[in-house]
Design a protein around this ligand. Structure first.
Ligand code: HEM
Length: 182
């Protein structure tokens, strides 16, 4: 996982709970890198899992919930860090359906070794988007948070239903994102 994602997590934790709490979290996670990440470097996803586990223990919030909340926050950060990727897109479904062939392709140009999931858009109507997430990194909860963050950014409301299709070695999850009639 890219150092940039770790530093976003650190900024988020530090803003919410202060620098001492962040340092205690890093120490308790006992990381091989000691929590020193270069933005463009690539580090084991297991370090993210360790950090989130420590945060879960200290906050009492379950790991999936923490990853969802962080994913939602991370999407907001992407809107600030990569404004060019949002040009010409004014709805959540179009944006989400373009992650595989446009957004993450641009990410790969910036970071050739990025470890990205794949998405298949199986259904795309005005009211229903079905995305099939596949990744060896099992970040379905982060993914759900990013989807929620995207809906919030475009000020849209939808119900997200998750169905696990495969668990190992890849995590394959079907996300049905459905807008409710107004
Ligand atoms: C401007 C928008 C976006 C940018 C700039 C972006 C960028 C990135 C970057 C830099 C990573 C880390 C790659 C690595 O650590 O090697 C990543 C991973 C990931 N992205 Fe995106 N992303 C965007 C939108 C989205 C959206 C909307 C979704 C969900 C539909 C998504 C799903 C994921 C997931 C789940 C991962 C974790 C890695 C994995 O599961 O294999 N991204 N993305």
């Amino acid at each position: 996982m890219k150092g940039a994602v770790f530093t976003e997590l650190f900024d988020y934790v530090e803003d919410a709970h202060g620098p001492e709490f962040l340092q205690e979290t890093i120490d308790a996670a006992d990381l091989p890198t000691k929590g020193v990440y270069a933005t463009t470097g690539t580090y084991p996803t297991s370090e993210m899992v360790s950090l989130v586990s420590v945060l879960s223990n200290s906050s009492g919030i379950a790991v999936p919930d923490l990853l969802r909340v962080f994913g939602e926050h991370l999407f907001g950060r992407f809107t600030v860090s990569y404004p060019a990727l949002f040009e010409g897109c004014d709805d959540a479904f179009s944006f989400l359906a373009s992650v595989e062939n446009v957004i993450h392709m641009e990410v790969r140009k910036l970071y050739p070794d990025a470890e990205l999931p794949t998405f298949e858009t199986a259904v795309h109507t005005d009211t229903h988007l079905q995305l099939i997430y596949r990744s060896r990194r099992h970040m379905g909860d982060l993914c759900e948070g990013l989807i929620r963050g995207c809906l919030a950014h475009f000020e849209e409301e939808a119900v997200i239903t998750r169905t696990t299709l495969e668990e190992s070695p890849d995590s394959v999850i079907k996300f049905d994102i459905e807008k409710q009639p107004k």
